[in-house]
Write a protein that binds this ligand. Structure first.
Ligand SMILES: [Zn+2]
Length: 60
Protein backbone atom coordinates (compact mmCIF):
# COMPACT_ATOMS: atom_id res chain seq x y z
CA UNK A 1 0.00 0.00 0.00
CA UNK A 2 3.00 2.30 0.45
CA UNK A 3 4.63 1.96 -2.96
CA UNK A 4 3.23 2.08 -6.45
CA UNK A 5 2.41 -1.47 -7.58
CA UNK A 6 2.72 -0.44 -11.22
CA UNK A 7 6.52 -0.42 -10.86
CA UNK A 8 6.69 -4.16 -10.33
CA UNK A 9 4.20 -4.77 -13.10
CA UNK A 10 6.37 -2.82 -15.52
CA UNK A 11 9.45 -4.82 -14.65
CA UNK A 12 7.57 -8.04 -15.09
CA UNK A 13 6.29 -6.98 -18.49
CA UNK A 14 9.79 -6.15 -19.64
CA UNK A 15 11.01 -9.49 -18.40
CA UNK A 16 8.39 -11.30 -20.44
CA UNK A 17 9.18 -9.25 -23.53
CA UNK A 18 12.88 -9.96 -23.21
CA UNK A 19 12.21 -13.64 -22.95
CA UNK A 20 9.98 -13.47 -26.00
CA UNK A 21 12.74 -11.90 -28.06
CA UNK A 22 15.55 -14.10 -26.85
CA UNK A 23 13.79 -17.42 -26.77
CA UNK A 24 13.62 -19.08 -30.14
CA UNK A 25 10.27 -20.48 -31.08
CA UNK A 26 10.48 -24.23 -31.03
CA UNK A 27 9.67 -25.55 -34.45
CA UNK A 28 9.64 -28.84 -36.22
CA UNK A 29 13.05 -30.11 -37.07
CA UNK A 30 13.64 -31.45 -40.54
CA UNK A 31 14.71 -34.89 -41.58
CA UNK A 32 14.60 -35.65 -45.26
CA UNK A 33 11.22 -34.30 -46.38
CA UNK A 34 9.58 -35.01 -43.09
CA UNK A 35 8.87 -32.96 -40.03
CA UNK A 36 10.79 -34.25 -37.08
CA UNK A 37 9.56 -33.80 -33.54
CA UNK A 38 12.25 -32.05 -31.46
CA UNK A 39 10.99 -33.80 -28.37
CA UNK A 40 10.94 -37.45 -29.34
CA UNK A 41 12.38 -37.45 -32.86
CA UNK A 42 9.25 -38.85 -34.40
CA UNK A 43 8.83 -38.25 -38.14
CA UNK A 44 5.65 -36.83 -39.56
CA UNK A 45 4.25 -35.66 -42.86
CA UNK A 46 4.26 -32.00 -43.85
CA UNK A 47 0.61 -31.74 -42.90
CA UNK A 48 1.20 -32.79 -39.33
CA UNK A 49 0.30 -30.20 -36.72
CA UNK A 50 1.30 -32.17 -33.71
CA UNK A 51 3.45 -35.12 -32.87
CA UNK A 52 1.42 -38.28 -32.94
CA UNK A 53 4.00 -39.98 -30.76
CA UNK A 54 4.36 -37.67 -27.78
CA UNK A 55 1.75 -35.03 -28.48
CA UNK A 56 4.21 -32.16 -28.90
CA UNK A 57 3.03 -29.15 -30.84
CA UNK A 58 5.08 -26.20 -32.19
CA UNK A 59 4.96 -23.13 -29.97
CA UNK A 60 2.74 -20.52 -31.54
ZN1 LIG B 1 7.15 -36.22 -30.38
Amino acid sequence: MSSAPSTNDGVFDEFLEDRGHETDIVRWERSYNKKKCPECGGLHDESARECGVCGWTPAA
